[in-house]
Design a protein. Structure first.
Length: 343
């Protein structure tokens, strides 16, 4: 992931620069020093577990609000574990590769990935508000594969020339790290393509930086001409606080569908209690549990892996405890297959 800040909005020399929105200011204040992160949590003695090499390969970025949801003095906090660079990331483990999900082979045009019938994914940016250590695109070539290059021209033309595509997925990085005006520039172009019937947006920002859900973003969502699904990414119930509930309520007010995708992660949510709490909390926030993914086997992430056998036991435990609509689909992405594989 390329650690770039949101692009500055263009303005005329005769007019003053537009002041940064609250979410942009908070973005710039994100913690980038893992030692300082530990110190803030009263965990200075745990610095020996940090890996400078891992941090150099994939830098640390954690918004202040997300840090505030972590438990002080607890090195095993499930939110901290998701963002802390540790020596385990340097282990070379057979079966773990740089592109575990086959993004490269599914390239259709610059920044356009098509793995499944009828759907095209746009890599809109390499930027994210938080850098999750298990990220399946942590080795992705964002500099070379970015749909925003050339003002979206190649990406939009690729979709326009394929009438079989009726759903566009905005991904990244995180598409909501872009200015709303940049997103509107893209969707205005997509709106000219008659065969597009749905828009999907995959984002972690409403969870880790809920201030991103501002009036301008909500107005953009309301004006979109298609049914819209916004898929958030939360792995643990503790990721939801009052500010996230408020953001989800605002998003729901636009009439879009809210779904949650989680990844099953050792030491984060690999218990029936944790998974049930996640489903119940996300639903209380107005977000329907959608997928629980097995870890994508990307180099540097093996310490997060949970076996398929254990995963099946966990989802069976969730199913025995919760109503069916609260049980996410357990699945794995296999490069080259026609759909996600149910487990």
């Amino acid at each position: 992931m390329i650690p770039v800040a949101p692009a500055a909005q263009k303005h005329n020399a005769d007019s003053p620069a537009r002041p940064a929105a609250v979410w942009q200011q908070l973005w710039r204040q994100a913690e980038r020093d893992p030692r300082r992160l530990l110190a803030r949590l009263g965990l200075d003695e745990a610095a020996a577990r940090l890996s400078e090499e891992a941090a150099a390969q994939f830098i640390t970025r954690v918004p202040q609000g997300f840090i505030n949801r972590m438990r002080r003095g607890d090195l095993n906090d499930p939110l901290l574990r998701q963002v802390l660079p540790v020596t385990d990331e340097l282990a070379v483990v057979p079966g773990f590769s740089l592109d575990a999900v086959g993004d490269g082979a599914a390239r259709k045009a610059t920044g356009v990935i098509q793995k499944y019938q009828g759907r095209a994914l746009l890599v809109t940016t390499g930027s994210c508000a938080v850098h999750c250590r298990y990220c399946f695109r942590r080795h992705f070539d964002y500099a070379g594969e970015n749909a925003a290059r050339g003002n979206w021209a190649e990406a939009v033309a690729s979709i326009a020339n394929d009438p079989s595509i009726d759903e566009v997925i905005l991904s990244g990085g995180d598409p909501l790290s872009l200015l709303t005006s940049k997103l509107a520039e893209l969707t205005d172009l997509l709106a000219q393509i008659p065969h597009i019937r749905r828009l999907r947006i995959h984002t972690r920002l409403p969870v880790v930086l809920p201030e991103r859900v501002d009036a301008e973003l909500l107005d953009w969502l309301r004006a979109l001409p298609w049914p819209v699904s916004l898929v958030i990414h939360a792995n643990h119930a503790n990721e939801f606080d009052a500010s996230v509930f408020e953001a989800m309520n605002a998003l729901r007010s636009t009439g879009i569908t809210l779904l949650n995708e989680a990844v099953l992660l050792a030491g984060v949510n690999d218990s029936v209690d944790a998974l049930c709490a996640l489903s119940e909390t996300s639903f209380a926030a107005g977000v329907l549990p959608y997928y629980l993914f097995q870890l994508d086997r990307v180099q540097g992430t093996a310490h997060f892996e949970v076996s398929d056998e254990r995963a099946a036991q966990l989802i069976a435990g969730v199913r025995a405890r919760l109503s069916g609509y609260l049980v996410p689909r357990l699945a794995r992405e296999i490069a080259g297959e026609a759909s996600k594989r149910p487990l």
